[in-house]
Each structure stands twice: as structure tokens, then as C-alpha cells.
Write a protein that binds this ligand. Structure first.
Ligand code: GMT
Length: 373
């Protein structure tokens, strides 16, 4: 099959899922065309089945805002037509679903019929999409999609709640490729971050407000008062300066390793003893799944789709959003007992196995087959 994938090429979860999906499809012999504004960060595999089409908006002085969506639609028309694609799969509704709808209509006027699938990832529904400035377009584009998927039951329900959706929203969860988790040198690497055998807590995100990274620091501060510990921060984003300010205020900067954006977090995650995910809302929590695949238990909030991923008292613990005391208490409970920690590590890995790519990929392939002649 020839599949066009539209996504954000950045470190965000939707781009990661779209890229890993494309790579897996290419390995199975499908021709996969990525259509976006730069090479997806995780697209480091070279394959005769993978193609990249850059969407470049020229900087015309009349525009205060560049019309990316129109250029994307035109590019979709061209790629579908000249590469003879069978379907389009767009990740993150804004603005990809409406761009795909526009391309579909243009192509239909030329006698070319192409189905498009919209995969909803989270903030395109729970934060941005439901905002009045987007809502009518998003509702329309979702209803016009040939199929719609959401990455968790929670996101499926939020979509029905916030939008007047006439289509079925199918749940296809995020997935993980456990073959990428090799645990190479993690013992040696651990000493780099924690030379005196301190426990290591880790957080990975795009440092947006919704992640409540300040709570990560506050939980860490409480934990290190009880147990010698270090914190690794992976990622970058708008909250970084607030984080720096808070670590100075709490006097914890010396125990924090900020690694910035890391292309392969699976190479660092296995050094950690606990993963912290303090989000206000989270449709799934791919980063938590990546931690569990690294045998790292998860201390998280209980919001959105997180309970579908992190099992209370098994792969980790969940607390109400903002309940720093409870999160710190649960973290100490796990870190203070080696046997307990080892048990939770193995549970976390077992939980991650439920989301193995080989279980999830056929769901997408079946959907593709159902939409093509
Ligand atoms: O905000 C992010 O975490 C990035 C965002 C994205 O779309 O790039 O992630 C969302 O999609 C991920 C992949 O499906 C989910 O695992 C994340 O939970 C979701 N983020 C939120 O809902 C906040």
C-alpha cells in the first residue's frame, strides 16, 4: 500500500507515534511518504520504502501569518497524484485534518478519490481543539474524515463530549517497539548521573504548562530530603526558565541533570529508578510507556488516559493533579525498598508489553484495508 503520513516532525508524542508507525509500515513493505515541514526527528532509518516531502511556505511580506495549511493541502494534492497514494493518515487534527479534507476535495474534482484517516492525539482535542477559535473547523474535519482514531478511551470520550461527532472514533492506543530497548551500558551510565549510588528520578516532556514540570521539581525536592537522589530532565519548552528559577529557589539545581532534547530517550531512561509524569491532562502518556519499556515504574497523575497505561500499585502509582505530597510519598515508598522497587520494575515492563507494536500495528493495517478497494 502507498500511504501518506502527515505529522508534526518535532519531539512531541504525536510526531513520535506517526514516525514509528511509518517506519514499522515501511518494514512490512508499505511505501510510506512523510509530508511535513522538516524531517521527523525520529526518522533516522534509511529504507527504500520511506520518502519525505517537505512543505515549505515562502515568506511573502504581505503575510503576517504564513498560510501553512494551504501549502500543505497543495502538497498533499501533488503527492497523492504523482506518487499514486492509496490513503492519507494525518496525525493531530490541527490543521492536518482540515488540510487533508481540502486536498481530498480538490482531488475529487479531478476524478481522484482518496480516503483520509485522522488520528487524534490529545491537546488537539482537550486543549486547543475545543477552543472556540478552532472548534467549528475541527468538528467539521473530524466528521469528514473517512475514519477517526483516538489514542485512548479517555480521548475517545473527550472527543464525543466536546464535539458534535457523528462518526465512530476508534481507539488505537500508542505503542512501543521493545526491540529498541536494549539496556546497553545502563549500569555504567548510571554512575555518570549518580556517582554515589543515589536513586535517579527522570522526567521527559516538552515542558509546556500542561506538563506541570514545577510539580516534578517539588516532588523531587521532597524525595531527596528522605533519600539521596538525582533528577534527570529530558526535553525543552516554554516552561524552562520557570524550572530554572524554581530549582534555584529550592536549591536543587546541583542535583538536577538537564539533558535538553534527546532523540533516543530509550538510551537514557534505563538508568532511572522512577519516572515522574505530573501532567494536568494527558491523553495517553507515551513518555510513561517509554519509561515502563525501560523497566522504570511511573509516579503520575491520574488524569485523562494515564490510568489506561499506568496500573495503580502495579507499574507505579497515581495521584490527583497537583498532589505533590502523595506523589512524593509514593516515590519514597518505592525507592526505600530494593525488593519492592525490583518488583515494580518488572511489573512496569510487563505492562509495557501490552502495548507492543506487533499488537497495535495490525489495527492500523486493518483500518487501512477497510478503506481501500
Ligand atoms: O503534549 C504532548 O505531550 C505532545 C502531544 C503531541 O500531540 O505531540 O502528545 C499527545 O500525544 C501523545 C501521542 O499520542 C500522547 O501520548 C500524549 O499523552 C498527548 N499529550 C497530551 O495529551 C498532553
Amino acid at each position: 500500500m502507498k500511504i501518506g503520513i502527515v505529522c508534526y516532525p518535532t519531539f512531541g508524542g504525536s510526531g513520535v507515534v506517526a514516525t514509528e508507525l511509518g517506519i514499522a509500515l515501511a518494514k512490512k513493505g508499505h511505501k510510506v511518504h512523510f509530508i511535513t515541514y522538516s524531517i521527523p526527528v525520529r526518522l533516522d532509518t534509511h529504507s527504500e520504502n520511506l520518502f519525505y516531502h517537505e512543505v515549505r511556505v515562502s515568506d511573502y511580506p504581505l503575510f503576517e501569518y504564513q498560510p501553512y495549511e494551504l501549502v500543505l493541502s497543495s502538497m498533499l494534492v501533488n503527492v497523492v497524484k504523482y506518487e499514486k497514494l492509496d490513503l492519507l493518515h494525518v496525525h493531530y487534527a490541527i490543521p492536518h485534518a482540515s488540510a487533508a479534507y481540502m486536498a481530498k476535495q480538490i482531488l475529487a474534482s479531478q476524478g481522484i478519490h482518496i480516503p483520509f484517516i485522522t488520528t487524534l492525539h490529545g491537546t488537539d482535542i482537550t486543549l486547543l481543539g475545543k477552543d472556540a477559535s478552532f472548534e467549528p473547523v475541527i468538528t467539521f474535519a473530524i466528521n469528514q474524515s473517512d475514519a477517526v482514531t483516538a489514542v485512548s478511551k479517555s480521548l475517545q470520550q473527550d472527543t464525543y463530549k466536546y464535539f458534535n461527532i457523528k462518526k465512530e472514533v476508534q481507539v488505537i492506543p500508542n505503542f512501543i517497539n521493545l526491540d529498541e530497548y536494549t539496556f546497553e551500558n545502563s549500569g555504567e551510565q548510571k554512575k555518570v548521573y549518580a556517582p554515589y549510588g543515589e536513586k535517579i528520578l527522570i522526567h521527559v516532556s516538552n515542558f509546556r504548562k500542561v506538563k506541570r514540570v514545577e510539580d516534578v521539581l517539588r516532588v523531587f525536592d521532597k524525595v531527596r530530603k528522605k533519600i539521596p537522589a538525582k533528577l534527570i530532565l529530558i526535553g525543552d519548552g516554554p516552561e524552562r526558565s520557570n524550572i530554572q528559577r524554581l530549582c534555584r529557589e529550592l536549591d536543587t539545581c546541583g542535583d538536577i541533570h538537564s539533558l535538553g532534547k534527546v532523540v533516543s530517550p530509550e538510551k537514557v531512561l534505563p538508568v532511572a529508578d522512577l519516572f515522574l509524569l505530573t501532567s494536568e491532562t494527558e491523553s495517553f502518556g507515551l513518555s510513561a510507556l517509554e519509561a515502563m519499556a525501560s523497566k522504570v515504574p511511573v509516579i503520575s497523575t491520574n488524569t485523562g488516559g494515564i490510568p489506561e497505561v499506568n496500573k495503580q500499585g502495579y507499574s507505579g502509582f497515581m495521584s490527583n493533579v497537583g498532589d505533590i505530597e502523595d506523589m512524593a510519598k509514593n516515590a519514597v515508598y518505592l525507592l526505600e525498598d530494593e525488593d519492592r522497587l525490583a518488583q515494580f520494575r518488572s511489573n512496569a515492563y510487563e505492562q509495557a508489553q501490552k502495548f507492543e507494536i506487533k499488537k497495535v500495528l495490525p489495527m492500523y493495517e486493518n483500518l487501512y484495508t477497510s478503506l481501500t478497494p
